[in-house]
Design a protein around this ligand. Structure first.
Ligand code: MG
Length: 298
């Protein structure tokens, strides 16, 4: 699989997981079974009354991170923040609580906004910085750049170190996939010795909730135990809870691993943001090759 189709597969994977799981967000697995049997198609609806193919905050914020990096790859925090605020002004249907607080607290310094948000809420351990972080691994070649910018984009809204840790593990797995490593091998390498190591042998004993540790445990479990891209995003959608975000995060890595051509066209062709995904995939591919030596001197 060539690099361009891995990058495009990653972005589309996020969007497909989001659009499919958006239908079942906040439902229980039992309610989903009662209403849909086993959901396999992108049909919209759900709590957000989505149009078929409409994506939610997971994909939109992923695109903000991508565009912010493309605007200023050497120091992307301010440009990512501008895209966040532009998106917020578009009055999105759904926006996570931690991120909403950080937007309200922002007065020119994102890291201060995140710190104040953590104080306001008493925690900031949601999955909102993990769900949007994949473009960092798609844009930068060097692991030092990937780790630095993964951390920066997380700390813009989520002060909690647990979020930063999950973003770095996630993007280190993505880095390995982009080098051509096999998915399960890459996961095993990166979670061994971390708090997620037991996902190699155990099933999650937590709800599929928006707490980043719970979310990431389910993501890793689905990736380790599903045999196809469709299996990963469908299982996420049928979990309920924070199904769109779990689907988006898992779908991103599954999409890199299989590559864009392997994502079923009944998923990729119905996405309403398809043109933006195509354009940003190409720009990420170009910038990655334009700065082959990375930004490690910063
Ligand atoms: Mg969402």
């Amino acid at each position: 699989m060539d690099l361009f189709n891995k990058i495009k597969g990653g972005l589309y994977g996020v969007a497909v997981g989001d659009a499919l799981g958006g239908t079942t967000e906040f439902m229980t697995a039992r309610e989903i079974k009662h209403q849909y049997g086993y959901l396999t198609e992108i049909i919209g609806g759900g709590v957000w009354q989505l149009a078929p193919g409409e994506v939610t905050d997971d994909t939109m914020m992923t695109l903000c991170v991508a565009e912010g990096i493309l605007d200023n790859p050497a120091a992307p925090v301010e440009s990512i923040g501008r895209h966040f605020l532009n998106w917020h002004q578009s009055k999105p249907k759904d926006i996570g609580n931690t991120i909403l607080h950080a937007f309200h607290n922002y007065e020119g310094n994102w890291f201060e906004a995140a710190f104040l948000t953590d104080l306001d809420l008493g925690q900031s351990g949601g999955n909102g910085s993990l769900m949007r972080c994949l473009p960092v691994a798609l844009a930068y070649r060097k692991l030092t750049d990937i780790e630095r910018v993964s951390r920066q984009q997380s700390k813009m809204t989520h002060y909690d170190e647990t979020c930063n840790e999950a973003c770095i593990i996630y993007n280190r797995i993505a880095y390995r996939l982009l080098q051509g490593e096999e998915l399960k091998h890459a996961i095993q390498k990166e979670i061994t010795g971390t708090k997620y190591e037991d996902m190699l042998t155990n099933a999650p004993n937590c709800e599929p909730s928006g707490y980043v540790v719970h979310t990431f445990r389910w993501v890793l479990h689905l990736l380790l135990h599903s045999s196809s891209f469709s299996g990963v995003v469908q299982e996420a959608a049928n979990l309920g809870g924070d199904s769109d975000t779990i689907g988006a995060i898992a779908g991103g890595l599954a999409g890199i691993a299989c590559g864009y051509p392997e994502i079923p066209s009944n998923y990729s062709s119905v996405l309403l943001v398809k043109d933006r995904l195509d354009e940003i995939s190409e720009r990420l591919y170009r910038i990655r090759n334009y700065f082959p030596n990375g930004f490690h001197w910063y």
